[in-house]
Ligand binder design. Structure first.
Ligand code: HEM
Length: 522
């Protein structure tokens, strides 16, 4: 053997030793991590299943593998461990409707932050008002939203914007009526809400109602993002990887994500185009400023906050939040009214009395004065929940629930599903019953579809106006002829998955209705 054949060091032995050290190190790290989470963590004293406190895999199983079931599993844990429990290594969950206003507080009561882990559900983080973690930064970013979505602005724009879009919907529904074909109302309502929010947000709206069929693609794209939201939360690297892949690869490997990313790219292009327009001297005279333009002109935002990439983030939240939620509310209301003859009859009587001529629709103030219609709105907001997922708040000082002290920095959450389904707050919660909102003291305290406190939904007034205008017009014009078509509550309406947005069974085809010809016109 020559000197050259003698290895300088035994490579395979070194590799094996290195691997042993790594494995040992990893085992110690995992063991210490487990001990820390179970016994040393600041929330170690909070009751709850030990395996849930140990890692995120328990939540992963219910939300990623089963597709959004942890919300209901939490009820089993609460049953066993009480109203305040630890549901993963860091988060504490509370099941008590009385505590809602203690947790979701306004700025004057306490500064509360959001939790980074949960806020990566929709890919972007710390970009829009919705996903901003820090309380003070959120206040600054929320500022330009407020005047745009105030009650005053919505009331002013109701006739020219909301009513105009709803008129278009009625024209389209009349075509379905003449053709004798069923309409997928989930998609019809999604076109309405998208056309309204896009008109609000951009200089030109999307005009989905101009397409020959009710567009489903836009709705499905946002629902796709919702469906992958649990995986995005669990694996922080997933979204950047999907975003970095060439679009043709994404289209092939994940058609749902492809739709989402494509929609986001369009939003970015629109934000860049508006940003460039600002340099144009005629820009100011171009008519009603869109929300995106108003953001770019806002005196309360520094220039660093006006980058097209950030403004695109705000647009994404407006379009996503503005499309899905109100669509689901309208879908739920239409089903429950048509499925309950007594409720249907009472609504029709009220609409025919208040709107003698359906071609002269009432304004928002008049709609708000229709007592039964508004009871239906509250009851719908109760049964469809709004967002089905829990919302975390982090206090900077300790807070107390009964005799349990929750340390500062802990993500604490509650779930609308648990509040709205609570029989103490709403007896017989599964029954759709608008009459619970009649009488001297309706249970307003417990209805929280828009959240509460400093992060309460900024689109609340718009959502209510869209809901009242759409439901009143559609039922006043077609209510006596509309019937449910192949739609079943348990399969198509009830929420069985929580993907941030409430989701029905996977077999659902959405809400379908048939509009029969008017009597004497057969
Ligand atoms: C029935 C319809 C709607 C429901 C149930 C709903 C529900 C909610 C809820 C619960 C939140 C609080 C989220 C959190 O605390 O993390 C929220 C926030 C938000 N919603 Fe809505 N929403 C609706 C319609 C709309 C519409 C039409 C818009 C249109 C602009 C909108 C835009 C937003 C925005 C921008 C936020 C973030 C606000 C902030 O963090 O300051 N929502 N929404």
């Amino acid at each position: 053997m020559s000197a050259d054949d003698i290895p300088l060091l035994d490579l395979s032995a070194s590799l094996a030793n290195g691997l042993k050290v790594l494995t040992f190190g990893f085992a110690i790290y995992t063991l210490y991590g487990g001990i820390w989470r179970l016994y040393l963590s600041p929330v170690a004293h909070i009751p709850g299943p030990r395996f849930a406190a140990l890692s995120f895999w328990n939540e992963f199983y219910y939300d990623v593998v089963l597709g959004g079931k942890y919300t209901w599993k939490l009820l089993d844990y609460h049953e066993k461990y009480g109203p305040v429990i630890r549901i993963n290594p860091y988060e504490v969950h509370i099941h008590d409707p009385e505590f809602y206003d203690e947790l979701y507080v306004g700025s004057s009561k306490a500064k509360t932050d959001k939790w980074y882990w949960s806020m990566r559900m929709f890919g972007q983080q710390d970009v829009s008002a919705f996903d901003t973690l820090d309380h003070d930064k959120h206040r600054q970013r929320r500022e330009p939203w407020n005047p745009f979505f105030s009650k005053q602005s919505v009331t002013r724009l109701q006739p020219s914007l909301i009513q105009a879009v709803v008129d278009k919907l009625c024209t389209r529904l009349a075509e379905y009526q003449s053709a004798g074909k069923p309409a997928v109302m989930t998609h019809a309502f999604a076109c309405v809400t998208t056309d309204i929010i896009s008109e609000y947000s951009f200089p030109q709206g999307y005009n989905l109602l101009d397409k020959p069929e009710f567009d489903s693609q836009h709705y499905e794209a946002w629902m796709s993002l919702s469906r992958v939201s649990h995986a995005l939360k669990q694996f922080g690297w997933l979204y950047p990887v999907l975003d970095a892949m060439p679009m043709w690869v994404t289209k092939y490997t994940s058609p749902e994500m492809y739709l989402v990313l494509q929609t986001q790219k369009v939003l970015l292009q629109q934000s860049i185009a508006i940003s460039k327009q600002r340099d144009n001297p005629q820009y100011k005279e171009s008519g009603r400023p869109s929300m995106i333009q108003a953001f770019m002109d806002s005196p309360s935002l520094p220039e660093s906050e006006k980058r097209p990439e950030r403004i695109k983030g705000e647009a994404q939240i407006a379009i996503g939040a503005g499309t899905l939620t109100t669509t689901h509310a309208l879908k739920a209301a239409t089903y429950h009214v048509l499925a309950n003859p007594a409720i249907h009859a009472q609504l029709m009587t009220e609409l025919e009395n208040h709107i003698p001529d359906p071609t002269s629709p009432p304004n928002l103030r008049q709609l708000e004065q229709m007592p039964y219609l508004t009871c239906i709105m509250h009851e719908t907001f109760r049964v469809f929940y709004g967002n089905s997922h829990r919302l975390q708040r982090i206090f900077r000082t300790a807070i107390r629930y009964q005799n349990i002290v929750i340390p500062p920095g802990t993500p604490i959450s509650m779930s609308t599903v648990h509040v709205h389904d609570n029989p103490r707050a709403f007896p017989d919660p599964y029954t759709f019953d608008p009459s619970r909102w009649q009488g001297p003291s309706p249970p307003y305290k417990y209805i929280v579809p828009f959240g509460r406190g400093s992060r309460q939904c900024v689109g609340m007034e718009l959502a209510k106006a869209e809901f009242l205008t759409t439901l009143a017009n559609v039922f006043r014009r077609f209510g006596r002829e509309m019937v449910l078509h192949e739609t079943v509550r348990e399969r198509d309406i009830d929420t069985v998955y929580d993907v941030f947005n409430p989701l029905p069974s996977r077999e659902s085809n959405g809400l379908m209705v048939m509009i029969k010809p008017k009597e004497g016109e057969e």
